[in-house]
Ligand binder design. Structure first.
Ligand SMILES: Cc1cc2nc3c(=O)[nH]c(=O)nc-3n(C[C@H](O)[C@H](O)[C@H](O)COP(=O)(O)O)c2cc1C
Length: 389
C-alpha cells in the first residue's frame, strides 16, 4: 500500500493516513464569529472526504489579533459551545481536528480591530503601509497568557490538539524575525531573545493543556526578507521546540509584505486590482515584477526547507506548499523528506480529494494554483470556495 494511506501518529494522535488539511481562512461564520451551518457543512465535507487531520482557519487569541472577519475568536469561554459542534462533525467521520491559534500583530486589519495594530517593533509593513505600535512588556506578557487560555478553551471544546501559528509574518514570526523585531530588551536582539516570545507561548499553552496534549507549530523557514528568518535559523527554532516537546512541525514561508511566497501560483491581476483605490493600484503596478517573482510556482516549493528541518529533528514534519501530484507526494514520504502531506488550495476545490486518490492510482488533483480563491477569500473577504473560472 502507498505510504500516503498508511496510518501515522502525531503525539498521541493516531491518524488514519498522511493527509492534512492545512489551516485555511474560511469566512463562513457570522460577523460575530459564530459557527454557521455552512461552516459545519464545509468541515463535514472535508472529514467525509477522507483527510486524516483538519486544521480550520486561524482562531485569534485576543481582540488586537484579527486579520480576517467571520471567524471564531478564542478569547472568551462563550466560543466553546460553537467549537464543540465543529469537533463533533469532524469526529463523526473519523478525522482528527487541531485548532490553529494566531495573533496577526502588525498584519492585523486596523478596521477590524478598530485600533492601531501592534508588533514587537514599529516596523512599517510595506504592503499595507501599517506602522504598528510597539508592544509594551505588559502587553507581551498578557498576549502570551491569551495564547495559553486559547489553548485551554480549544482543548475543552474537544479539539485533538493545537497548532501555534508561527509563520506568514504574524506576531510570533514577527518576534522571531530580526527584520520585524528590532527590540533591545530581553524580547529582541539575539536569536534566543527573539525566540523568547514563542518559547513562553509554548509554555503557557503546555501549562494549561497538560503534558500529553499535542501542541504543533506552523513555522517559517524563510521570510524572504533580508534580515528575516532563513532555514539555518529555523533549525535553531525547531530544535528548541523539540526540546520543549512540540508534537509536529509544518514548514512554510513568506510574509505578507513580500508578496505571494506563501501561496505561489498564478497572479490573477484583474482580481488583484479589483476594489483598490488609485494609490494602491499604482503601488501594485510598481510592485508587479516582484509580486510575479514571489508567486512563481514550482511543485513542492517549500520542500527543500522541510527537508532541512526534517534532517535536524525527530518529531514529525509536515510538508506544505504546492504539492500537486501523487508522484511527488509519494516521493516526499518514501524519501523521508517529510512525514505528512499538508494541502490547502486543492482541498478548497476538492474536499473529497483523499477518497479520489484512494479510489484508483490516477492523478485526480485538479487545482491549478490559479489563486483566484486566495484573492477572493484573503483580499476580497469572500467565502471559502473554488473560484476557478
Ligand atoms: C484561502 C487561503 C486561506 C489560508 N488561510 C491560512 C490560515 O488560516 N492559516 C495558515 O497557516 N495558512 C493559511 N493559508 C496558507 C495555507 O495553509 C498553505 O500554507 C498554502 O496555501 C500553501 O499550500 P497549498 O499550495 O496546498 O495551497 C491560506 C491559504 C489560502 C489560499
Amino acid at each position: 500500500m502507498s505510504l500516503l494511506f498508511q496510518p501515522g501518529r502525531i503525539g498521541n494522535m493516531e491518524l488514519k493516513n498522511r493527509f492534512v488539511r492545512s489551516a485555511t481562512v474560511e469566512l463562513l461564520c457570522t460577523d460575530e464569529g459564530h459557527v454557521t451551518d455552512e461552516y459545519l457543512r464545509a468541515y463535514e465535507r472535508l472529514a467525509k472526504g477522507g483527510v486524516a487531520l483538519i486544521l480550520p482557519g486561524n482562531y485569534v487569541v485576543n481582540p488586537l489579533g484579527h486579520n480576517y472577519p467571520k471567524a471564531p475568536t478564542v478569547d472568551n469561554g462563550e466560543v466553546i459551545d460553537d467549537l464543540r459542534k465543529v469537533v463533533s462533525v469532524v469526529h463523526e467521520h473519523g478525522a482528527k481536528i487541531v485548532a490553529q491559534l494566531n495573533h496577526a500583530g502588525r498584519q492585523a486589519d486596523p478596521k477590524l480591530i478598530d485600533a492601531k495594530p501592534v508588533g514587537p517593533s514599529p516596523v512599517r509593513d510595506k504592503m499595507s503601509l501599517v506602522k504598528p505600535r510597539q508592544m509594551t512588556e505588559k502587553e507581551i506578557v498578557k498576549t502570551i497568557d491569551d495564547f495559553g487560555e486559547g489553548a485551554r478553551r480549544v482543548k475543552e471544546a474537544g479539539f485533538d490538539g493545537v497548532q501555534i501559528h508561527g509563520a506568514h509574518g504574524y506576531l510570533i514570526n514577527q518576534f522571531l524575525s530580526a527584520y520585524t523585531n528590532r527590540r533591545k530588551d530581553e524580547w529582541g536582539g539575539s536569536i534566543e531573545n527573539r525566540m523568547r516570545f514563542l518559547v513562553e507561548v509554548f509554555q503557557a499553552m503546555r501549562s494549561r493543556v497538560g503534558p500529553d496534549y499535542p501542541i504543533l507549530i506552523k513555522i517559517n523557514a524563510e521570510d524572504f526578507a533580508k534580515t528575516g528568518v532563513h532555514p539555518e535559523e529555523c533549525v535553531v527554532h525547531c530544535k528548541k521546540l523539540e526540546e520543549l516537546g512540540i508534537a509536529a512541525i509544518e514548514v512554510s514561508g513568506g510574509i505578507a509584505e513580500k508578496g505571494l511566497n506563501t501561496i505561489k501560483g498564478d497572479l490573477p491581476m484583474d482580481l488583484f486590482l479589483e476594489g483598490r483605490g488609485p494609490v494602491e493600484r499604482l503601488m501594485v503596478r510598481l510592485m508587479r515584477g516582484s509580486l510575479e517573482k514571489s508567486a512563481a510556482f514550482e511543485e513542492g516549493y517549500f520542500l527543500s526547507q522541510a527537508t532541512t528541518i526534517k534532517k535536524n529533528v525527530k518529531v514529525p514534519v509536515l510538508a506544505v506548499g504546492g504539492l500537486r501530484t501523487r508522484k511527488m507526494m509519494e516521493e516526499v514520504l518514501e524519501s523521508g523528506q517529510a512525514d505528512f502531506i499538508s494541502l490547502c488550495r486543492p482541498f478548497i476545490r476538492q474536499p473529497n480529494l483523499v477518497r479520489l486518490l484512494e479510489r484508483d492510482d490516477g492523478d485526480p488533483i485538479s487545482c491549478t494554483s490559479c489563486n483566484r480563491c486566495s484573492i477572493e477569500i484573503l483580499f476580497h473577504k469572500k467565502p471559502m470556495r473554488c473560484y476557478k473560472s
